[in-house]
Design a protein around this ligand. Structure first.
Ligand SMILES: Cc1ncc(COP(=O)(O)O)c(C=O)c1O
Length: 400
């Protein structure tokens, strides 16, 4: 037998539940089964929610102009300016130099973690959360600790739990708002509470992942940066969710540092950005069109998303064995398995559902072993006819 080259612990401990469950699904597809995939937060995987045409034209025109070269490392000036205007419209003074364009929010996260974290530092993230907040910090010798979102009270932030878990090692305090996987939107007073706790710890920066901000069904979204007078806030956003173009891989970080505490770490971030060259040039032109053009189209995308979401909520209410706190934004449902046997082993439940009924959802423990287990996450994006069939199968599975 050939001796295998060692894999690093950094790489072998990475888990990404959303795509890990696809492996057995592909096996079943190879055997000829058709799987209803409700696992991935990609609107383009379903009908009716396309990338707007003017954005595609902007991208295409850049390609045709031969704007296919390397761009500036921090992003195209026009795009940085348009992003700064968009952030300023949310209630804080963002200038062009505060914006760095990245290869999706995911790259922004990797760069932020690389620049902020040292051995034994802590990232305090909501539980449940989008998985890279747990997967990446350990690459830098740091760890992620979760603060509790209340599963029985609409996933509200447990500020006492944050207070309890704050200490000098916490370099980054994360708020995902609207949240993936719960769809909950933090209220102004919850955000103010979180900022006032962070304010007691001078080493702490807030990461505000606001990538679903335009998908707030009650128009209740408030930007974290707009409320912070002292604590540094890095807002994350991009083209993937609200502009319906996740495959373009364009995101950004916008730095709000009212007391200039982050000069050194910002220098580190800029060094990393220069060393990784730039984000995709033509895709940045596509995003620029999206920011500068009318946003009227978003109304119908939101309406359709909300209609599909409401259909899912209605069906969940009708089915014994599952329940769900009603999300106020994004496009996920984080569904509770009310039978104690299922609650105890959500991954087994998800895999059994896949094998028996060919419906793919993601186990809640993949979003938080502590606060997410006993749930599964599904997207509400497919057309209602597909959702209808999915719930029919889920109901049959639960009653079998
Ligand atoms: C909260 C959150 N942040 C970031 C991302 C990834 O963003 P991007 O596609 O810009 O890398 C996702 C994707 O699902 C997400 O849910």
């Amino acid at each position: 037998m050939v001796e295998q080259v060692e894999v690093s612990r950094r790489a072998s401990s990475i888990e990404y539940a959303i795509r890990d469950v696809v492996v057995p699904a592909i096996e079943l597809e190879k055997q000829g089964h058709k799987i209803i995939r409700l696992n991935i937060g990609d609107p383009l995987a379903y009908d009716g929610l396309p990338t707007p045409k003017h954005m595609i034209d902007g991208y295409k025109e850049a390609l045709e102009r031969q704007d296919n070269g390397y761009g500036p490392s921090y992003g195209l000036d026009e795009l940085r300016n348009a992003i700064s205007l968009s952030e300023s419209s949310k209630g804080w003074a963002c200038s062009q130099k505060d914006v760095y364009v990245t290869h999706g929010v995911t790259e922004a996260l990797q760069i932020i973690f690389a620049a902020f974290l040292q051995e034994n530092d802590t990232v305090l993230a909501p539980g449940p959360h989008y998985p890279p907040y747990m997967a990446y910090p350990q690459m830098y010798g740091a760890k992620t600790i979760e603060y509790r979102l209340d599963s029985l009270d609409n996933w509200k932030i447990d500020l006492d739990d944050i207070r309890l878990k704050m200490n000098d090692s916490v370099k980054l305090l994360v708020l995902i708002n609207p949240n993936n996987p719960t769809g909950n939107i933090a209220t102004k007073s919850e955000i103010e509470g979180l900022i006032s706790i962070a304010q007691e710890w001078p080493n702490c920066t807030i990461i505000a992942d606001e990538i679903y901000d335009g998908l707030d069904f009650n128009n209740s979204f408030v930007s974290v940066a707009s409320l912070s007078k002292k604590v540094p806030v890095i807002s994350l956003n991009g083209v993937s969710k609200v502009y319906f173009a996740p495959g373009w891989r364009i995101g950004y970080m916008a730095w709000h540092d009212p007391e200039n505490r982050l000069t050194l770490v910002r220098d580190g971030v800029e060094r990393i950005l220069r060393s990784r060259l730039c984000a995709s040039t033509p895709a940045q032109y596509g995003y620029l069109e999206g920011l500068q053009n009318s946003h009227e189209w978003l109304k119908s995308h939101r309406k359709l998303t909300e209609k599909r979401m409401n259909y899912c909520l209605k069906r969940i209410e009708e089915i014994d064995g599952i329940s769900c706190e009603s999300p106020s934004g994004a496009f996920y449902l984080f569904v509770r398995l009310t039978n104690p046997e299922h609650y105890k082993n959500d991954k087994k439940w998800v895999l059994d559902l896949l094998h028996k009924e060919h419906v793919l959802v993601v186990h809640g423990s993949g979003f938080s072993p502590e606060f997410g287990s006993g749930h599964f996450r599904m997207v509400c994006l497919p057309p209602i006819s597909v959702l209808e069939e999915a719930f029919f199968r889920i109901e049959r599975f639960l009653s079998s």
